[in-house]
Design a protein around this ligand. Structure first.
Ligand code: NAD
Ligand code: IPM
Ligand code: MN
Length: 364
């Protein structure tokens, strides 16, 4: 029996609620595929601040270092919003983990499944034209991490600054991720930038063009971020892989999630060059709906499937989870945010969706 060590960091808000569903699904996978996931829970985010005074306690980081992969929930919330930036859950825990493990390659797959165009807020004909995009987001550099950042000056002259910076090496490795992914999909990379204004984007284009030469069968297109945001709503079927810097990928991936129907559908993998990864929903702790058993657990469940696929190479189990999720959506077992106001009385709870996915998985 294959045994794997997983560090599970559920975090804040809806994190623990949706993580409970991922646990159920992993239990079912163990049963069906004869695998053994040795899961250890560690405190992270605001929960860890309340418990231990810091968002990423040393024991949590050590547990992650010793694991085969990290399954992450979500962190942050109003309670911790007034802390200095460097102590907040977002930076002190999540950005630190990304940086510590050099998780530069962030994959966020968004798809409208055949027959499920009704879930999309896009006009019917546009939603039905097809949408199957992989956002490849650079995750450990750019304006999130560039130094210096801070405040200077005084009074009305006081100003704030962040630094956007990219090295050729950093651009090259994420571009390679995008082209490698495109080769396994529909052979198209759309690189998203602001090369009409930003020096970083000019270098981004130059290096992306260089990398493209090694992948002659993959078509490369460049698009400005503002136009990309618009084209996604006008003609989403034109995209395959969208290659983005850190900030642009953050924004574009939320838009892609919503095109499929909900933030709660978008999973993600954040990996380094050794194949080690952290897997988490692209959305946050959703304080507006936390604690009500109404959050959509699909992104968390699909993040577990990505973990099996990319870090553990358990392809059959990953496929089985994804098929069970599609069957659940097709059966109309949906959390409320996926339904119109008139249909919302038919909403399934977080638990019900988790249970249904398990049932489909064991049946399939
Ligand atoms: P959010 O993603 O938490 O919520 C945005 C909207 O999407 C909300 O209306 C929320 O209800 C909805 N939503 C998100 N996930 C959902 C789900 N699974 N099911 C149903 N609806 C869902 O973003 P926000 O409100 O801007 O941020 C809230 C907190 O989360 C902030 O502290 C933010 O910094 C943090 N955050 C954390 C992560 C992470 O842990 N990876 C990601 C994004 C935001
Ligand atoms: C995401 C989140 C994070 C980001 C925040 C919480 C730091 O929005 O994973 O998309 O901006 O990367
Ligand atoms: Mn985001």
């Amino acid at each position: 029996m294959s045994t794997y060590q997983l560090a599970v960091l559920a975090g804040d808000g809806i994190g623990p609620e949706v993580m409970a569903q991922a646990h159920k699904v992993l239990d079912a996978v163990e049963q069906k595929f004869g695998l053994n996931f040795q899961r250890t829970d560690y405190p992270v985010g605001g929960y860890a601040i309340d418990l231990h005074g810091e968002a990423l306690p040393a024991a949590t980081l050590k547990g992650c270092e010793e694991a085969d992969a990290i399954l992450f929930g979500s962190i942050g919330g109003p309670k911790w919003d007034t802390l200095p930036l460097e102590q907040r859950p977002e930076r002190a825990a999540l950005l630190t983990l990304r940086s510590h493990f050099d998780l530069f390659s962030n994959l966020r797959p968004a798809k409208i499944y055949p027959g499920l165009a009704d879930l999309s807020p896009l006009r019917k004909d546009i939603a039905e034209s097809g949408f199957d995009v992989l956002v490849v987001r650079e995750l450990t550099s750019g304006i999130y991490f560039g130094q210096p950042k801070g405040l200077s000056g005084e009074g009305e002259e006081e100003y704030a600054f962040d630094t956007m910076r990219y090295s050729k090496k950093e651009i090259r490795r994420i571009a390679v991720s995008a082209f490698e992914a495109a080769q396994k999909r529909n052979n198209k990379v759309t690189s998203v930038d602001k090369a009409n204004v930003l020096v970083c984007s000019r270098l981004w284009r130059e290096i992306t063009e260089e990398v493209a030469k090694d992948y002659p069968e993959v078509e490369l297109e460049h698009i400005y971020i503002d136009n990309a945001a618009m084209q996604l709503l006008k003609d989403p079927a034109q995209f395959d892989v969208m290659l983005c810097s850190n900030l642009f990928g953050d924004i574009i991936s939320d838009e892609c999630a919503m095109i499929t129907g909900s933030m709660g559908l978008l999973a993600s993998a954040s990996m380094n060059s050794d194949g080690f990864g952290l897997y988490e929903p692209a959305g946050g702790s959703a304080p507006d709906i936390a604690g009500q058993n109404i959050a959509n657990p699909i992104a968390q469940i699909l993040s577990a499937a990505m973990l099996l696929r990319y870090s553990l190479n358990e392809t059959a189990a990953a496929d089985a989870i994804e098929n069970a999720v599609v069957a659940t959506l097709e059966a109309g077992v949906l959390t409320g945010e996926l339904l119109s106001a008139e249909e919302r009385h038919k909403a399934a709870s977080t638990d019900t969706v988790g249970d249904y996915v398990v049932q489909q998985l064991l049946k399939g």
